[in-house]
Design a protein. Structure first.
Lengths: 145, 145
DNA sequence: TGGAAAATATTGAATATTCAACGATTCCCG
DNA sequence: CGGGAATCGTTGAATATTCAATATTTTCCA
Protein backbone atom coordinates (compact mmCIF):
# COMPACT_ATOMS: atom_id res chain seq x y z
CA UNK A 1 0.00 0.00 0.00
CA UNK A 2 1.42 3.30 -1.10
CA UNK A 3 1.73 6.29 1.18
CA UNK A 4 -1.06 8.74 0.41
CA UNK A 5 0.76 12.01 -0.20
CA UNK A 6 -1.27 14.65 1.52
CA UNK A 7 -2.14 17.89 -0.18
CA UNK A 8 0.78 20.32 0.21
CA UNK A 9 0.14 23.18 2.54
CA UNK A 10 0.83 25.64 -0.24
CA UNK A 11 -2.33 24.51 -1.97
CA UNK A 12 -4.61 25.32 0.92
CA UNK A 13 -6.58 28.53 0.55
CA UNK A 14 -6.08 29.29 4.23
CA UNK A 15 -2.32 29.15 3.76
CA UNK A 16 -2.26 31.23 0.59
CA UNK A 17 -4.34 33.90 2.26
CA UNK A 18 -2.05 33.95 5.28
CA UNK A 19 1.01 34.19 3.10
CA UNK A 20 -0.32 36.93 0.86
CA UNK A 21 -1.63 38.86 3.82
CA UNK A 22 1.67 38.61 5.63
CA UNK A 23 3.62 39.82 2.64
CA UNK A 24 1.39 42.75 1.74
CA UNK A 25 1.07 43.76 5.34
CA UNK A 26 4.81 43.74 5.77
CA UNK A 27 5.28 46.00 2.80
CA UNK A 28 2.69 48.39 4.12
CA UNK A 29 4.24 48.32 7.57
CA UNK A 30 7.60 49.15 6.05
CA UNK A 31 6.10 52.23 4.42
CA UNK A 32 4.48 53.27 7.68
CA UNK A 33 7.74 52.78 9.55
CA UNK A 34 8.82 56.38 9.32
CA UNK A 35 5.60 57.47 10.96
CA UNK A 36 6.06 54.81 13.62
CA UNK A 37 2.48 53.63 13.29
CA UNK A 38 1.28 50.03 12.97
CA UNK A 39 -1.19 49.17 10.24
CA UNK A 40 -3.97 48.65 12.78
CA UNK A 41 -3.74 52.26 13.89
CA UNK A 42 -4.05 53.43 10.34
CA UNK A 43 -7.25 51.40 10.03
CA UNK A 44 -8.62 52.97 13.18
CA UNK A 45 -7.72 56.47 12.04
CA UNK A 46 -9.18 55.82 8.64
CA UNK A 47 -12.50 54.64 10.00
CA UNK A 48 -12.65 57.65 12.28
CA UNK A 49 -11.82 60.03 9.47
CA UNK A 50 -15.49 60.49 8.59
CA UNK A 51 -15.72 62.70 11.66
CA UNK A 52 -18.68 60.78 13.05
CA UNK A 53 -18.21 59.14 16.42
CA UNK A 54 -17.77 55.38 16.29
CA UNK A 55 -18.38 53.08 19.22
CA UNK A 56 -15.68 50.67 20.33
CA UNK A 57 -17.76 47.75 19.13
CA UNK A 58 -18.20 49.20 15.67
CA UNK A 59 -14.53 50.00 15.52
CA UNK A 60 -13.40 46.59 16.67
CA UNK A 61 -15.45 45.01 13.92
CA UNK A 62 -14.24 47.43 11.28
CA UNK A 63 -10.56 47.25 12.09
CA UNK A 64 -10.43 43.49 12.63
CA UNK A 65 -9.39 43.57 16.28
CA UNK A 66 -11.15 42.04 19.22
CA UNK A 67 -12.41 44.26 21.98
CA UNK A 68 -9.71 44.09 24.63
CA UNK A 69 -6.99 44.48 22.04
CA UNK A 70 -8.70 47.52 20.62
CA UNK A 71 -9.22 49.05 24.05
CA UNK A 72 -5.53 48.87 24.76
CA UNK A 73 -4.49 50.10 21.34
CA UNK A 74 -6.85 53.03 21.73
CA UNK A 75 -5.31 53.73 25.13
CA UNK A 76 -1.96 54.14 23.40
CA UNK A 77 -3.45 56.33 20.70
CA UNK A 78 -5.08 58.53 23.32
CA UNK A 79 -1.69 58.88 24.98
CA UNK A 80 -0.32 59.95 21.63
CA UNK A 81 -3.18 62.43 21.28
CA UNK A 82 -4.34 60.87 18.01
CA UNK A 83 -7.88 60.05 19.13
CA UNK A 84 -10.17 60.77 22.06
CA UNK A 85 -13.14 59.18 23.78
CA UNK A 86 -16.56 60.68 24.42
CA UNK A 87 -19.27 58.91 26.31
CA UNK A 88 -22.35 58.43 24.16
CA UNK A 89 -25.14 60.53 25.60
CA UNK A 90 -27.85 58.35 24.09
CA UNK A 91 -26.50 55.08 25.38
CA UNK A 92 -24.17 55.62 28.26
CA UNK A 93 -22.69 52.14 27.99
CA UNK A 94 -21.09 53.23 24.77
CA UNK A 95 -17.98 55.22 24.12
CA UNK A 96 -17.67 57.19 20.92
CA UNK A 97 -14.25 57.55 19.38
CA UNK A 98 -13.08 60.59 17.46
CA UNK A 99 -9.92 61.54 15.68
CA UNK A 100 -8.04 64.59 16.91
CA UNK A 101 -6.57 67.19 14.57
CA UNK A 102 -3.20 65.59 15.07
CA UNK A 103 -4.79 62.24 14.22
CA UNK A 104 -6.35 63.67 11.08
CA UNK A 105 -3.07 65.08 9.89
CA UNK A 106 -1.37 61.73 10.46
CA UNK A 107 -4.20 59.97 8.66
CA UNK A 108 -3.55 61.98 5.54
CA UNK A 109 0.13 61.14 5.52
CA UNK A 110 -0.67 57.46 6.04
CA UNK A 111 -3.34 57.48 3.36
CA UNK A 112 -0.83 58.79 0.94
CA UNK A 113 1.65 56.04 1.81
CA UNK A 114 -1.07 53.41 1.48
CA UNK A 115 -2.18 54.74 -1.88
CA UNK A 116 1.34 54.64 -3.11
CA UNK A 117 1.52 50.98 -2.14
CA UNK A 118 -1.70 50.31 -3.98
CA UNK A 119 -0.28 51.99 -7.03
CA UNK A 120 2.88 49.96 -6.75
CA UNK A 121 0.93 46.72 -6.58
CA UNK A 122 -1.32 47.65 -9.46
CA UNK A 123 1.72 48.42 -11.54
CA UNK A 124 3.72 45.30 -10.76
CA UNK A 125 0.90 42.85 -10.51
CA UNK A 126 -1.35 44.27 -13.17
CA UNK A 127 -4.54 46.28 -13.01
CA UNK A 128 -6.76 43.47 -14.12
CA UNK A 129 -5.28 40.90 -11.76
CA UNK A 130 -5.58 43.33 -8.87
CA UNK A 131 -9.18 44.14 -9.66
CA UNK A 132 -10.04 40.47 -10.11
CA UNK A 133 -8.38 39.56 -6.86
CA UNK A 134 -10.23 42.26 -4.96
CA UNK A 135 -13.51 41.18 -6.41
CA UNK A 136 -12.93 37.55 -5.48
CA UNK A 137 -11.86 38.48 -1.97
CA UNK A 138 -14.92 40.63 -1.43
CA UNK A 139 -17.10 37.82 -2.59
CA UNK A 140 -15.35 35.29 -0.36
CA UNK A 141 -15.71 37.55 2.65
CA UNK A 142 -19.38 38.03 1.93
CA UNK A 143 -19.99 34.31 1.61
CA UNK A 144 -18.01 33.55 4.72
CA UNK A 145 -20.32 35.66 6.88
CA UNK B 1 -13.20 73.56 -2.23
CA UNK B 2 -14.86 70.21 -1.60
CA UNK B 3 -13.51 67.71 0.86
CA UNK B 4 -11.66 64.96 -1.02
CA UNK B 5 -13.29 61.75 0.18
CA UNK B 6 -10.47 59.31 0.72
CA UNK B 7 -10.66 55.81 -0.61
CA UNK B 8 -12.59 53.64 1.86
CA UNK B 9 -10.51 51.13 3.72
CA UNK B 10 -12.62 48.29 2.38
CA UNK B 11 -11.24 48.98 -1.07
CA UNK B 12 -7.64 48.50 -0.11
CA UNK B 13 -6.14 45.18 -1.09
CA UNK B 14 -4.25 45.03 2.20
CA UNK B 15 -7.50 45.30 4.11
CA UNK B 16 -9.37 42.76 2.01
CA UNK B 17 -6.56 40.28 2.46
CA UNK B 18 -6.51 40.84 6.20
CA UNK B 19 -10.25 40.41 6.44
CA UNK B 20 -10.42 37.28 4.32
CA UNK B 21 -7.46 35.79 6.12
CA UNK B 22 -8.97 36.50 9.50
CA UNK B 23 -12.28 34.94 8.58
CA UNK B 24 -10.92 31.79 6.97
CA UNK B 25 -8.39 31.35 9.73
CA UNK B 26 -11.08 31.64 12.35
CA UNK B 27 -13.14 28.97 10.71
CA UNK B 28 -10.17 26.68 10.51
CA UNK B 29 -9.27 27.37 14.12
CA UNK B 30 -12.81 26.51 15.13
CA UNK B 31 -12.46 23.14 13.44
CA UNK B 32 -9.13 22.53 15.14
CA UNK B 33 -10.58 23.50 18.50
CA UNK B 34 -11.38 19.97 19.56
CA UNK B 35 -7.76 18.98 19.03
CA UNK B 36 -6.63 22.03 20.94
CA UNK B 37 -4.08 22.95 18.30
CA UNK B 38 -3.53 26.38 16.76
CA UNK B 39 -3.32 26.66 12.99
CA UNK B 40 0.41 27.42 13.18
CA UNK B 41 1.10 24.04 14.74
CA UNK B 42 -0.77 22.33 11.99
CA UNK B 43 1.44 24.10 9.48
CA UNK B 44 4.53 22.97 11.32
CA UNK B 45 3.33 19.40 11.54
CA UNK B 46 2.36 19.41 7.92
CA UNK B 47 5.73 20.62 6.74
CA UNK B 48 7.41 17.99 8.89
CA UNK B 49 5.16 15.26 7.61
CA UNK B 50 7.54 14.47 4.76
CA UNK B 51 9.74 12.76 7.33
CA UNK B 52 12.81 14.69 6.27
CA UNK B 53 14.40 16.87 8.89
CA UNK B 54 13.78 20.59 8.48
CA UNK B 55 15.92 23.28 10.03
CA UNK B 56 14.35 25.98 12.14
CA UNK B 57 15.11 28.56 9.48
CA UNK B 58 13.40 26.57 6.76
CA UNK B 59 10.45 25.94 9.02
CA UNK B 60 10.08 29.55 10.06
CA UNK B 61 9.94 30.55 6.42
CA UNK B 62 7.49 27.82 5.50
CA UNK B 63 5.07 28.33 8.36
CA UNK B 64 5.10 32.13 8.28
CA UNK B 65 6.54 32.69 11.73
CA UNK B 66 9.65 34.55 12.69
CA UNK B 67 12.46 32.73 14.39
CA UNK B 68 11.95 33.46 18.07
CA UNK B 69 8.23 32.82 17.83
CA UNK B 70 8.88 29.52 16.14
CA UNK B 71 11.47 28.51 18.72
CA UNK B 72 8.98 29.00 21.51
CA UNK B 73 6.14 27.31 19.71
CA UNK B 74 8.40 24.36 19.02
CA UNK B 75 9.29 24.29 22.70
CA UNK B 76 5.64 23.80 23.49
CA UNK B 77 5.27 21.12 20.84
CA UNK B 78 8.29 19.30 22.20
CA UNK B 79 6.65 19.39 25.64
CA UNK B 80 3.57 17.89 24.06
CA UNK B 81 5.75 15.24 22.41
CA UNK B 82 4.57 16.19 18.93
CA UNK B 83 8.00 16.98 17.50
CA UNK B 84 11.64 16.62 18.46
CA UNK B 85 14.96 18.29 17.72
CA UNK B 86 18.11 16.71 16.34
CA UNK B 87 21.31 18.62 15.83
CA UNK B 88 22.36 18.56 12.19
CA UNK B 89 25.57 16.55 11.90
CA UNK B 90 26.64 18.32 8.72
CA UNK B 91 26.18 21.84 10.02
CA UNK B 92 26.15 21.90 13.75
CA UNK B 93 24.65 25.37 13.90
CA UNK B 94 21.45 23.87 12.60
CA UNK B 95 18.74 21.97 14.38
CA UNK B 96 16.63 19.55 12.41
CA UNK B 97 13.03 19.14 13.38
CA UNK B 98 11.10 15.89 13.08
CA UNK B 99 7.56 14.85 13.80
CA UNK B 100 7.00 12.14 16.39
CA UNK B 101 4.54 9.29 15.90
CA UNK B 102 2.11 11.13 18.10
CA UNK B 103 2.68 14.20 15.93
CA UNK B 104 2.05 12.23 12.77
CA UNK B 105 -1.18 10.81 14.10
CA UNK B 106 -2.36 14.29 15.04
CA UNK B 107 -1.32 15.61 11.63
CA UNK B 108 -3.64 13.16 9.94
CA UNK B 109 -6.59 14.18 12.04
CA UNK B 110 -5.84 17.85 11.37
CA UNK B 111 -5.38 17.27 7.65
CA UNK B 112 -8.77 15.72 7.53
CA UNK B 113 -10.33 18.70 9.29
CA UNK B 114 -8.54 21.10 6.95
CA UNK B 115 -9.65 19.19 3.88
CA UNK B 116 -13.19 19.29 5.06
CA UNK B 117 -12.93 23.05 5.35
CA UNK B 118 -11.56 23.26 1.83
CA UNK B 119 -14.45 21.19 0.61
CA UNK B 120 -16.89 23.40 2.44
CA UNK B 121 -15.41 26.51 0.88
CA UNK B 122 -15.34 25.03 -2.60
CA UNK B 123 -18.96 24.10 -2.23
CA UNK B 124 -20.26 27.41 -0.90
CA UNK B 125 -18.01 29.71 -2.81
CA UNK B 126 -17.78 27.77 -6.02
CA UNK B 127 -15.06 25.63 -7.54
CA UNK B 128 -14.14 28.10 -10.20
CA UNK B 129 -14.02 31.09 -7.88
CA UNK B 130 -11.88 29.13 -5.43
CA UNK B 131 -9.48 28.03 -8.13
CA UNK B 132 -9.27 31.53 -9.57
CA UNK B 133 -8.64 33.03 -6.18
CA UNK B 134 -5.89 30.56 -5.42
CA UNK B 135 -4.23 31.23 -8.71
CA UNK B 136 -4.31 34.98 -8.21
CA UNK B 137 -2.96 34.68 -4.69
CA UNK B 138 -0.11 32.47 -5.81
CA UNK B 139 0.76 34.93 -8.49
CA UNK B 140 0.59 37.88 -6.10
CA UNK B 141 2.86 36.10 -3.63
CA UNK B 142 5.31 35.32 -6.36
CA UNK B 143 5.40 38.91 -7.58
CA UNK B 144 5.71 40.26 -4.08
CA UNK B 145 8.98 38.41 -3.48
C1' DT C 1 46.14 29.07 8.14
C1' DG C 2 44.06 32.65 11.17
C1' DG C 3 40.63 35.31 12.22
C1' DA C 4 36.94 38.45 10.95
C1' DA C 5 32.35 38.14 9.12
C1' DA C 6 28.18 35.59 8.28
C1' DA C 7 24.73 32.21 9.43
C1' DT C 8 21.91 29.69 12.77
C1' DA C 9 19.21 29.17 16.74
C1' DT C 10 18.09 30.54 21.33
C1' DT C 11 17.34 33.60 25.34
C1' DG C 12 15.54 37.38 28.30
C1' DA C 13 13.27 41.62 28.64
C1' DA C 14 9.81 44.45 26.78
C1' DT C 15 5.61 44.61 24.59
C1' DA C 16 1.19 43.01 22.89
C1' DT C 17 -2.70 39.95 22.78
C1' DT C 18 -6.09 36.98 24.68
C1' DC C 19 -9.27 34.97 28.08
C1' DA C 20 -12.32 35.28 31.77
C1' DA C 21 -14.45 38.15 34.91
C1' DC C 22 -16.33 42.47 36.13
C1' DG C 23 -19.08 47.02 36.44
C1' DA C 24 -22.18 49.87 34.36
C1' DT C 25 -26.12 50.66 31.59
C1' DT C 26 -30.00 49.43 28.86
C1' DC C 27 -33.52 46.22 27.32
C1' DC C 28 -37.47 43.59 27.76
C1' DC C 29 -41.17 41.18 29.46
C1' DG C 30 -44.18 39.45 33.32
C1' DC D 1 -43.08 49.27 37.13
C1' DG D 2 -39.40 45.84 38.67
C1' DG D 3 -35.83 42.96 37.99
C1' DG D 4 -33.42 39.43 35.43
C1' DA D 5 -31.01 39.11 31.05
C1' DA D 6 -28.41 41.16 27.50
C1' DT D 7 -25.10 44.64 25.81
C1' DC D 8 -20.97 47.48 26.06
C1' DG D 9 -16.54 48.47 27.35
C1' DT D 10 -12.70 47.81 30.45
C1' DT D 11 -9.49 45.39 33.53
C1' DG D 12 -6.08 42.04 35.39
C1' DA D 13 -3.82 37.83 34.90
C1' DA D 14 -2.10 34.51 31.80
C1' DT D 15 -0.13 33.75 27.55
C1' DA D 16 2.22 34.82 23.26
C1' DT D 17 5.06 37.63 20.29
C1' DT D 18 8.76 40.65 19.22
C1' DC D 19 13.20 43.01 19.59
C1' DA D 20 17.87 43.13 20.71
C1' DA D 21 21.56 40.66 22.35
C1' DT D 22 24.01 36.34 22.75
C1' DA D 23 26.40 31.79 21.91
C1' DT D 24 27.88 28.63 18.68
C1' DT D 25 29.46 27.07 14.35
C1' DT D 26 30.77 27.74 9.65
C1' DT D 27 32.50 30.43 5.74
C1' DC D 28 35.73 32.85 3.38
C1' DC D 29 39.48 35.61 2.15
C1' DA D 30 43.90 38.06 3.08
Amino acid sequence: MAKTPSKPITEHLAYLLAQANREINRQLDARFRKEGVPVEQWRILKVLSDGKGHSMGELAEAVLLNHPTLTKMVDRMVSDALVYRVQDADDRRKVLMFSSDRGKALTQRLNSLALSQEAFIAENYGNKATADLKRLLESLIEKAN
